[in-house]
Design a protein around this ligand. Structure first.
Ligand SMILES: NC(=O)c1ccc[n+]([C@@H]2O[C@H](COP(=O)([O-])OP(=O)(O)OC[C@H]3O[C@@H](n4cnc5c(N)ncnc54)[C@H](OP(=O)(O)O)[C@@H]3O)[C@@H](O)[C@H]2O)c1
Length: 249
């Protein structure tokens, strides 16, 4: 069994370690991954997708980050939207032909926790500030899971890992250093061990008895909110395809 995991540190690193501990083949994609890539850039994401060798049995997307500022990348797109959503859409889309028919897809994000603050007419634009900058990317993952489930034969899951003691608050962009330090201390004190949090995405990637859907810590099924509709998922899919197509030239 070969499983691709995005993000080689944080929850992604823990998922990779858990799967490797079970004797499975794991390939990580990230700035420090087996395949090196800056997933905030679509050109680098495309290059990484082409560099992934062989057939896959599962794809687990963990790479992501927290940001309260809209920032343009060298490609002119919003950094958080590319890293947290568009690169996942692109990478998974390009790897679908290599995913086994019974292959599984897991998106680690915030399953069902965010309101719909997406403006599809300005999807890639670095606009706005505050929690909506990341929040809209997390809602986009909810919709991506629904869109992938509708378009493929695969079990697709979206996971809310709970508060996990990783570097996500320490490295948050746009947040003052003092606030980051306090948030990171709280995260270290109260967050779950990444190895514990990794158990849910690792199981969803490998346990064929589990259906796709939204999941929380301990592999608990979560209700999919009504706002995560098929129509909204289709609309995001179309807008993302258009942006990715334009970026790919
Ligand atoms: N931790 C929590 O409490 C929590 C709660 C809810 C949701 N989440 C979600 O869980 C996911 C993982 O979070 P985490 O806690 O593991 O975060 P983290 O500790 O900050 O790690 C960030 C992850 O993203 C990857 N990454 C960051 N920037 C990248 C870039 N430019 N290119 C490629 N990879 C990049 C890193 O891999 P490399 O080091 O290889 O680049 C690493 O795996 C995120 O989507 C986050 O929204 C986390």
């Amino acid at each position: 069994m070969t499983i691709l995991v995005t993000g080689s540190t944080g929850i992604g690193g823990a998922v990779a370690a858990a799967l490797r501990g079970r004797g499975l083949d794991v390939l990580t994609v990230g700035r420090a991954g087996d395949v090196r890539a800056d997933l905030s850039l679509l050109a680098d994401t495309a290059r990484a997708a082409a560099a992934v060798p062989g057939p896959l049995d599962a794809i687990v997307c963990c790479a992501g980050g927290l940001s309260t500022v809209a920032e343009p990348t060298a490609e002119g797109l919003d950094r958080a939207m590319v890293l947290n959503h568009l690169s996942r859409h692109m990478l998974v889309g390009r790897l679908l032909p290599r995913l086994a028919p019974a292959g599984r897809i897991v998106l680690v994000a915030n399953a069902g926790k965010y309101r719909d603050t997406l403006d599809l007419s300005r999807l890639g634009e670095p606009v706005g500030r505050g929690l909506a900058v990341s929040g809209r990317t997390q809602f986009a993952n909810d919709l991506l899971a629904v869109a992938l489930a509708a378009r493929t034969p695969h079990a697709v899951s979206c996971v809310f890992p709970g508060l996990v003691a990783t570097g996500v608050f320490r490295d948050a962009r746009g947040v003052p250093g003092a606030v980051r330090s306090v948030a990171a201390a709280v995260q270290r004190r109260f967050g779950a061990d990444p190895a514990v949090a990794a158990a849910t995405p690792a199981r969803l990637a490998t346990d064929a008895s589990l259906p796709g859907g939204f999941y929380g810590p301990g592999c608990r099924r979560l209700r999919v909110p009504a706002r995560v509709s098929a129509a909204r998922a289709d609309a995001l899919w179309a807008a993302s395809e258009q942006l990715i197509g334009r970026a790919a030239g």
